[in-house]
Design a protein around this ligand. Structure first.
Ligand code: AMP
Length: 547
């Protein structure tokens, strides 16, 4: 027997229809690459998104056609999120921090037909366009007056193009399983792979993400997604904010501490989300200037492990709670989110903090397990660690245009290694490729980095395994010192004493001015390993001499 309820498909356009009807005058504020602040409302965004949908018709892109963006977080990008997906086409956000050849490879793999770009990426377009002959339309996100003259293609101005569209027609009714947006994985090894989200998966993920023990978003919130709209759809915030009617603040290209503080304060931001590197930069700026954040009360950190020292500094010195979250492109991206349970409320602050630093527990919709090398499920005791597998309605089933399924018995192997405690809290030990294997024993690079960053002179740290003649690999930590601070190798190594087992303490420390980062702001272990591949550890000589 079937249920007898209305058959209303879940669709991305309905999120914005809702925001227009019930939060029509709520603001969306954007810092533009043009240098000014732009303000309008959900109602305006809805009107212009429908115009964009109609103007896409004019470009001759059929339903299902892929339309790419190379753009910062801003109102025009937001309109395209809805105009492209809502009209039945596929919104393909590309990470502009990638090398031009990678951008072109991704655009060609996706078979993008049009590409919208922010003015700051005009030189990138000149590098990419000759490699992408199938892209027929190049649209600069600006008005006619600011249209850039490019060497390779003749772009059209977004505002002129948009004015040709009509806001009169209603959104088409789409199959909820139709493709809506496409993101490519960071691809640290091999070519990146496309993850093709559906309307259904996107809406379910957005609904899941606003729950109280997840992002807990409300109509009284002012949300500033620092995480880019080209990094897994800004973790869904462009979809979740319209559901609750939260005010949105888009930072454009200003992601440094100073620019963020200005915007946080001016727009009374309450909630923000980003990768640890961004929050490290913000913390340093706050410490340097002595400023406080008067309205921000929650921050989400994900994309890489959050150093406990960072969480502690924001909590103790600024009264801001950092929520640790974990997920990945293949998971839309949210999988776990950190929030306490009722039974934890009576714990001491220190014991609560031990829970806060974990990656959190799965939100409804996501199931998890850890397995050993033979695929046997491991216990949830907070000690046993193994490969983390996930499943749920917003988790990838198949990569875009790849035949083979990545699933193992219906579960997606994340490539992360983790423990799960009896309450379901996940602790990510490492990316399986980054685990340091010393004499057959595993050392968590995340643990080593977190300890280094808790040293008062250390700003950022990356731990890698370096060849060792006796142990195969031994850990080394590569450190960036805080401005004006100094420390010696011995001091950093002494800081590890008593915090981990002796054999896990790194063999060496290297000081660098800057660590290499990936296009999504993670420390690039690949580049770090590459940089030190011929490095001879001081302990290697001792081993060879038989000491
Ligand atoms: P991406 O697909 O670029 O979002 O990268 C996903 C990967 O980032 C995950 O598989 C993890 O290795 C890493 N990651 C994300 N969040 C966390 C976290 N809270 N702690 C540790 N690693 C994380």
């Amino acid at each position: 027997m079937l249920g007898q309820m209305m058959d209303v498909p879940l669709s991305i356009s309905n999120l914005l229809v809702h925001a227009d009807r019930f939060h029509g005058d709520t603001e969306i504020v954007s810092r533009r690459v043009e240098g000014d602040i732009h303000r309008y409302t959900y109602r305006d965004a809805h009107r212009r998104s429908r115009q964009a949908a109609s103007a896409l018709q004019g470009l001759g892109i059929a339903p299902g056609g892929r339309v790419a963006t190379l753009a910062w977080n801003g109102y025009r990008h937001f309109e395209l999120y809805y105009g492209i997906s809502g009209s039945g086409r596929v919104m393909h956000t590309i990470n502009p921090r990638l090398h031009p050849e990678q951008v072109a490879w991704i655009a060609n793999d996706a078979e993008d037909e049009a590409l919208f770009f922010d003015l700051s990426f005009a030189p990138l377009i000149d590098a990419v366009a000759p490699l992408c002959p199938k892209i027929k339309h190049w649209i600069a996100l600006c008005d006619e007056d600011r249209l850039p003259a490019l060497k390779t293609v003749k772009p059209i101005a977004y505002e002129t193009w948009l004015a040709g569209g009509s806001a009169d027609s209603a959104w088409p009714v789409l199959d909820e399983n139709a493709a809506a947006c496409l993101c490519y994985t960071s691809g640290t090894t091999g070519n990146p792979k496309g993850v093709l989200y559906s309307h259904r998966s996107t809406v379910l993920h957005a609904l899941g993400s606003i729950m109280p023990d997840v992002m807990g978003l409300k109509a009284t919130d002012v949300v500033l997604p620092v995480v880019p709209m080209f990094h897994v759809n800004a973790w869904g915030t462009a979809y979740s904010c319209p559901i609750v009617g939260a005010k949105l603040v888009f930072p454009g290209s200003g992601l440094d501490g100073k620019s963020l503080i200005e915007l946080f304060e001016a727009e009374k931001v309450t909630f923000t989300a980003g990768v640890p590197t961004i929050w490290l930069g913000l913390l340093q700026e706050l410490q340097k200037t002595g400023q406080k954040l008067s309205t921000v009360n929650r921050m989400v950190v994900g994309g890489s492990a959050c150093p406990p020292a960072l969480m502690k500094a924001f909590k103790d010195d600024y009264g801001i709670h950092i929520h640790h979250a974990w997920g990945m492109t293949e998971m839309s991206p949210l999988g776990t989110f950190n929030a306490l349970k009722e039974k934890h409320l009576s714990l001491s602050e220190d014991d609560q903090f031990k829970i806060h630093v974990k990656a959190g527990r799965p939100m409804f919709g996501v199931d998890i397990k850890i397995v050993d090398d033979a695929g046997k499920e491991l216990p949830w005791d907070g000690v046993a660690f193994g490969d983390l597998l996930v499943r749920g309605p917003w988790i990838v089933k198949q990569y875009y245009r790849r035949d083979e399924s990545p699933l193992v018995d219906g579960w997606f192997p994340t490539g992360d290694v983790a423990t799960i405690d009896p309450d379901g809290y996940v602790q990510i030990t490492d990316r399986s490729k980054d685990v340091i294997k010393s004499g057959g024993e595993w050392i968590s690079s995340i643990d080593l980095e977190n300890i280094a960053v808790s040293h008062p002179a250390v700003a950022e740290a990356g731990a890698i395994g370096v060849f060792h003649p006796k142990w195969d690999e031994r850990p080394m930590v590569v450190v960036v010192l805080k401005e004006g601070r100094s420390a010696t190798v011995e001091e950093i190594l002494a800081h590890y004493e008593g915090k981990i087992a002796k054999w896990q303490i790194p063999d060496d420390v290297q000081f660098v001015d800057e660590l290499p980062h990936t296009a999504t702001g993670k420390i690039s272990k690949l580049k770090l390993r590459e940089a030190f591949k011929d490095y001879v550890l001081p302990t290697a000589g001792e081993a060879l001499a038989g000491r």
